[in-house]
Design a protein around this ligand. Structure first.
Ligand code: SF4
Length: 261
């Protein structure tokens, strides 16, 4: 059985060689040591702090007011925006950093959902984004996260208390900490579920190859600029100037420290 996640799909779609290094060869290669990566790591750490603070609020380790008071700078502002715009149900179950799995054929798909709220059989999947640029609906409609997380909710609906045979009752919301009044929402349907399963199955078929030739390097210099393998894969390439607006922390980067705490 081969295991896949949304961040592996994102790596595969951005550069096949990057996915090959990370998931097949499991190359342990440190990120470039330059100002760009230091800035990227600082932004990733802010996103991680925000996710961890929200997890603590949902799991009732802190009240939202305590979380706001004990953070500062951007994370404090994001938590204030979260408090103002997100209303989680008080009469159901609310999960944070919820790991879910499902099998499709011979493949095992993994996801860790930022938050899942279930109330009266209805489910809302939340994904918190700390990007500097507003989200584009078209980008998220076919994102691996959208496809995988909705399908994971369906596959685990009995255990989670989600009503059977009512896929329109599953909603996915991308909430943007810097644009809290402009979330992107996707409802679900039987046809979208079938499309998601077909898309994930097709991706897995390509990502299962062990032949390096099936994983060419990207030609997009911007993708290489953010790639931790740059000094290994393209040692003569020149780092591009950092544009904070282009940077979005990868889901795996956000989890790393939180998982050890
Ligand atoms: S440096 Fe560029 S081509 Fe090489 S793995 Fe990274 S993104 Fe792909």
């Amino acid at each position: 059985m081969t295991e896949f996640s949304a961040s592996q799909v994102e790596a595969f779609l951005s550069c096949r060689r990057k996915y090959y290094y990370g998931s097949l060869v499991r190359l342990n290669w440190p990120a470039p040591f330059d100002r760009n990566f230091q800035k990227a790591e600082a932004l990733t750490a802010l996103g991680r702090d925000f996710h961890l603070a929200v997890q603590r609020v949902i799991q009732r380790i802190l009240t939202i007011d305590e979380a706001i008071q004990t953070n500062q700078g951007r994370v404090k502002i994001w938590l204030e925006q979260f408090s103002r715009t997100i209303a989680l149900p008080s009469d159901g179950a609310v999960y944070a950093e919820l790991p879910l799995t499902m099998a499709i054929g011979e493949d095992l798909w993994n996801g860790k959902i930022d938050s899942l709220a279930v109330s009266g059989g209805r489910a809302t999947i939340y994904d918190w984004k700390t990007t500097r640029r507003p989200g584009k609906r078209s980008d998220y409609a076919e994102a691996a996260q959208t496809r995988l997380y909705r399908a994971l909710a369906v596959a685990n609906r009995d255990a989670l208390g989600i009503a059977p045979n009512r896929l329109p009752d599953i909603e996915m919301i991308y909430w943007f900490a810097n644009f809290p009044d402009d979330p992107i929402r996707f409802t679900y349907s039987e046809s979208a579920y079938a499309e998601d399963l077909a898309a994930l199955t097709a991706l897995a078929a390509e990502m299962r190859s062990t032949n390096e030739a099936d994983y060419p390097r990207t030609r997009d210099a911007k993708t290489c600029a953010w790639c931790r393998y740059r000094t290994y894969c393209r040692p003569s390439s020149v780092a591009l100037e950092f544009d904070e607006e282009d940077f979005e922390p990868a889901a795996d980067d956000l989890m790393t420290i939180a998982d050890f705490e």
